[in-house]
Write a protein that binds this ligand. Structure first.
Ligand code: DGL
Length: 274
């Protein structure tokens, strides 16, 4: 069946790229909104974690890996399912790739619309918290509300552990919850932005162990809407059912942990791309 993309008759597909399991939080939302879209996963496990690495090291690496994975899967759309990568390398990715590139933007704008107390916590990797892109986003979209920056690199590791089947306890989350609630202005936080795609995977635990109820926002729903927008724009017609997913990693998945984490999408593992 022609699909409007002008090449072959393969089903339209998107590649979701991340350093690790963060792609899953985005994929769940894309699958929920667009069940018939074929999803592939690109995991740069050979350079994980991204959040603590320098911009100079990360930028070329992201461009090289994401481009190689796009070529290997023949995907129609690249979804950068990683805030650390999106806040750093979107312009460069758009320069080299002929396909549309959808990036994750920290959900500052919706948070600014929803907060009643006027105090928002921005929880992200160190890289994202300190990025100029993020500072400009706050200046532009926080409506003058107070934004407390909460670097939480350990949540990346904890999300990976949870997807390997480990239980996450109150003690595990205590240091991060203290950084949100027991800091100047923390007693007034009513909305938290989960600005790393790993973090929505811990939403349930964050909610359960937080000292009081607040809103936890992420960008998954907005990303899925943007992917649908591109499918319409490219006139890509979806089949009745998504085709099999492929799982690419940049380093071998020797202990099978990546395949295990992505099992809910039953992807076919592929050889590392580099
Ligand atoms: N999932 C990534 C993000 O959204 C980063 C995790 C990492 O530090 O590798 O920022």
């Amino acid at each position: 069946m022609p699909n409007g993309s002008g090449h072959s008759n393969k089903a339209p597909s998107a590649l979701i790229f991340d350093s690790g399991v963060g792609a899953i939080s985005i994929a769940r939302e894309v699958r929920r909104q667009i069940p018939a879209l074929t999803l592939h996963f690109g995991v740069d496990n050979g350079f994980y974690p991204y959040g603590t690495k320098s911009e100079e090291a990360l930028r070329p690496r992201i461009v090289e890996q994401a481009s190689a994975m796009m070529a290997a899967t023949g995907a129609d759309i690249l979804v950068v399912g990683c805030n650390t990568a999106s806040t750093l390398a979107l312009p460069q990715l758009r320069e080299v790739l002929p396909q549309p590139v959808v990036g994750v933007v920290p959900a500052i704008k919706p948070a600014a619309q929803e907060t009643e107390s006027g105090v928002i916590a921005l929880i992200a990797t160190e890289g994202t918290v300190n990025r100029r892109y993020t500072r400009e986003l706050i200046e532009q979209f926080a409506n003058g509300h107070r934004v407390i920056n909460v670097p939480a690199p350990e949540l990346v590791r904890l999300a990976e552990a949870k997807l390997r089947g480990e239980r996450i306890t109150a003690t595990d989350l205590d240091p991060v919850l203290r950084r949100i609630f027991h800091t100047a202005g923390g007693d007034r936080v009513d909305t938290a932005v989960l600005a790393c795609t790993h973090f929505p995977l811990l939403r349930e635990e964050l909610d359960r162990f937080a000292p009081r109820q607040i809103r936890w926002l992420d960008s998954g729903p907005a990303i899925a809407r943007r992917v649908q927008w591109w499918l319409d724009e490219l006139h890509l017609v979806l089949p009745e059912r998504a085709e099999a997913s492929q799982l690419l990693s940049s380093a071998a998945d020797s202990d099978g942990q990546i395949a295990l984490a992505f099992a809910e999408f039953s992807p076919a593992p592929r050889l590392p791309v580099s």
